[in-house]
Ligand binder design. Structure first.
Ligand code: ADP
Ligand code: MG
Length: 707
């Protein structure tokens, strides 16, 4: 009887077949309500209306076979590998299946003779030329004995949804839960999209879309279905993008309604810039500066993301914007993600600003309490023109007298919330966010839909492309010979080691060991330095300065050198255990070299045993230095969910939409959302939808509130 009252908002445990254990498993994936469950959509479908007979299998084809297990068991190869081998047949012939490292199949007694199984995968002829077809590592589903063909089976004679398992909940169980949920709701799945939007865009209604996405009925175009382009799937994808798009449009509207500082381009600013500019800006730098200045001169607060690959010269653009603000009588805050970088910016800018009478100060936690107190006092008195720091600049007790511009460097290290923290302090300064992480356009549109964009798509002149080489342990001697030769000619070297996490503790041993080895055994004739995150910040700074001045020839470092560090004379980077780093991280690291006019080399030392994904990352590094291409590939290899490591970076956790696959739907929905917010069917319609977003947005997309 409980099912009679089932609603979309009911908790999953009220569903038939869900006990406490399953409810907990589901909750681990954020599935708490029946509606959540229904948004756990299939990742592919199998057409079991037309099963391929074994005799008709074609090599290279990816297909589903329905067969009976003949024999199965674990085999040991001559090289000591365990392979699980299974032979199955239908009335037309026999098929072999193999699972490498398949000991778990034996241990769990998954298969036995006589079982009926669905086997899905890519068909090939076996390697022995016997003509037998085989599938390596097929996905499989075992049909329980009592189930027979025909009837209204969920697994046979129809197009069947395949779900990603959730712990022990496999596709079969999930299929049953979905069927129970749909039956229990009996069509009561309320539509949340504004009716005018549904009508205007010719969208399917929500209940029908949910049902058909799980259980496509009748004849299906499998290509469309597996490409998520049926009207039902499109409707659900649209809905997600529309909601996020509407949320961003509301945020943006709110931001635009605020009156900010209206800067003016002054002759004094022009002169100051001319006095300090160390080189001719590239045309890309000029273009983005104009975009920024136009924004600053408007009364609306600027919210702009400045994107540019590592080494593209974002800093000088930000510095010019800072001069404009200062010449208008305002203060500027510059925030970096680490103290090293803040200190580096400080030293660089202080020197650059020498001809100007600006007061620049560094506010980092490492400074003495008395010094900090003084700096804070002077900031609030308006005596400091440019304050540089880390998140310390966001602390409660830092109050600016006239904050006009905030520059956030290397934004990917900052949480979105921190960014908001500053805004909430009651200032409406212009904000310029700089990032060296090239964000693929799709992600950028959703992630930073409330920001405007500037892109520096050109590197400063006279850069020679970096040569990247993949090496293994047996190449080590020749790598060292190469380093020695370069150092002899006065060039400098980074050696990067991973920090290994062990039992929650960070293990710096690889870096320390490497340092000792290089300093005492391999290169005793040179000066070698060591830089890692455990050093106090003045120690780090001292090491960096020594390296910068050329007093150290070789710097062994952990990934603390990843961002921002600028030593143009360093032309070689040797990355140890390169297979353990993420692609974006490798790209960031490599960005430390190739900053001068001399040819630079990046040597990727990889373990011989490495995964396929590692190999693909390394290949990508060897093949290209284009940050945007690397970011796209990284996104593909990792999936959007993991792209930024965690959800806290603000990537919405889409349930059915996929940022890689659904770009056009994203653009369409985003446009419709903006249109709807500006021009709703009626005020009530807007009101209803905004109310829905306010409750649903934070819960579902894990994002900060809408407005
Ligand atoms: P990023 O975008 O990675 O922050 P930087 O601002 O640190 O890049 O600039 C990288 C290097 O290029 C610096 O050494 C900088 O002085 C130099 N640079 C920047 N713009 C130009 C330019 N227009 N001409 C020559 N060198 C430039
Ligand atoms: Mg930089």
């Amino acid at each position: 009887m409980a099912n009679a009252k089932l609603t979309a908002a009911s908790e999953v445990q009220f569903l038939k077949g869900v006990g406490p254990a399953r409810a907990e498993l589901l909750a681990s994936r954020g599935i708490r309500t029946v509606e959540d469950l229904l948004y756990y959509t299939p990742f592919r479908y199998e057409d079991r209306t037309r099963l391929t007979r074994i005799r008709d299998l074609v090599p290279g084809q990816t297909t589903t076979v329905f067969a009976k297990v003949l024999t199965c068991g674990l085999m040991r190869t001559r090289r000591g590998m365990y392979i699980y081998d299974l032979a199955a047949s239908d009335s037309s012939g026999m098929l072999r299946c193999k699972w490498f490292n398949g000991a778990y199949l034996e241990k769990n007694q998954v298969f036995h003779t006589g079982q009926q199984v669905f086997l899905y995968g890519k068909v090939d002829r076996d390697r022995y030329g016997t003509g037998t077809m085989e599938i390596i590592q097929p996905q499989f589903e075992i049909l329980p004995e009592e189930e027979t063909e025909g009837g209204d089976s969920l697994e046979l004679g129809r197009v069947v949804p395949i779900y990603e398992s959730i712990g022990s909940l496999g596709p079969r169980v999930l299929r049953r839960l979905m069927a129970a949920a749909i039956q229990g709701l009996d069509g009561q799945i309320p539509d949340r999209l504004p009716p005018t939007v549904v009508r205007k865009n010719g969208l399917l209604d929500r209940a029908a879309a949910v049902i058909q996405t799980h259980f496509p009925a009748g004849e299906q175009d499998m290509e469309k279905l597996c490409g998520f382009r049926t009207p039902a799937q499109v409707r659900l994808i649209f809905e997600e993008f529309f909601s996020v798009g509407a949320g961003l449009a509301l945020k943006r509207r709110k931001a635009k309604a605020i009156e900010g500082v209206e800067f003016r381009v002054k002759e004094s600013a022009r002169q100051s810039i001319r006095k300090i500019l160390p080189f001719h800006p590239t045309s890309a730098q000029k273009r983005v500066l104009k975009e920024i200045v136009d924004d600053m001169c408007s009364v609306r607060p600027m919210n702009r993301l400045l994107q540019g690959d590592v080494g593209s010269g974002k800093t000088i653009v930000a510095i010019q914007a800072a001069i404009l603000a200062i010449e208008n009588g305002y203060q500027v805050a510059l925030m970096a993600p680490t103290e090293i970088l803040a200190a580096q910016h400080y030293l660089y800018i202080k020197q650059l600003f020498h001809p100007l009478n600006y007061r620049v100060e560094l506010l980092v936690s490492a400074r003495k309490a008395a010094e900090k107190a003084e700096i804070k006092r002077d900031i609030s008195a308006g005596a400091i023109h440019l304050a540089i720091g880390t998140h310390a600049l966001l602390e409660e007790d830092v109050r600016f007298a006239r904050l006009g511009l905030i520059v956030v460097d290397e934004q990917h290290r900052f949480g979105v919330l921190q960014r908001l923290g500053l805004m909430r302090k009651g200032y409406h300064p212009d904000v310029l966010v700089m990032t060296a992480t090239p964000i693929p356009r799709t992600l950028a549109l959703t992630l930073y839909g409330d920001l405007d964009f500037s892109v520096i798509d050109e590197l400063p002149p006279h850069r020679t492309p970096i040569v990247t080489k993949l090496m293994e342990e047996h190449d080590r001697e020749s790598a060292y010979t190469f380093l020695r030769e370069k150092v002899r000619r006065g060039e400098q070297v980074y050696v990067v080691c991973p920090v290994i996490e062990e039992g929650g503790k960070l293990d710096l041993k690889p870096a320390v060991r490497m340092y000792e080895q290089l300093a005492h055994v391999v290169f005793p004739e040179y000066r070698v330095g060591l830089l890692h995150g455990r050093l106090a910040s003045d120690e780090k700074e001292a090491v960096m300065q020594q390296f910068k001045r050329g007093e150290l020839q070789i710097l062994v470092a952990t990934t603390v050198v990843e961002v921002g560090v600028d030593v143009p004379n360093a032309t070689i980077m040797l990355i140890e255990h390169a297979d353990r780093f993420g692609l974006s991280q490798l790209h960031q690291l490599r960005g430390r070299i190739g900053r001068g006019s001399k040819k630079s080399y990046c040597l990727l030392m990889a373990d011989e045993k490495r995964s396929e994904i590692s190999q693909e990352r390394l290949n990508t590094m060897v093949a290209t230095t284009d940050g945007f291409r690397i970011a796209e590939i990284d996104l593909k290899l990792r999936g959007p969910g993991e792209f930024f490591g965690t959800r806290q970076w603000g990537v919405p956790a889409f349930r059915i939409a996929n940022l890689l696959r659904d770009q056009e739907i994203l653009e369409w929905a985003k446009q419709e959302a903006a249109e709807f917010i500006a021009n709703p069917g009626s005020p009530e319609e807007l009101d209803t939808f905004v109310k829905y977003l306010r409750t649903e947005w934070p819960r579902r997309y894990g994002l900060a509130s809408v407005a």
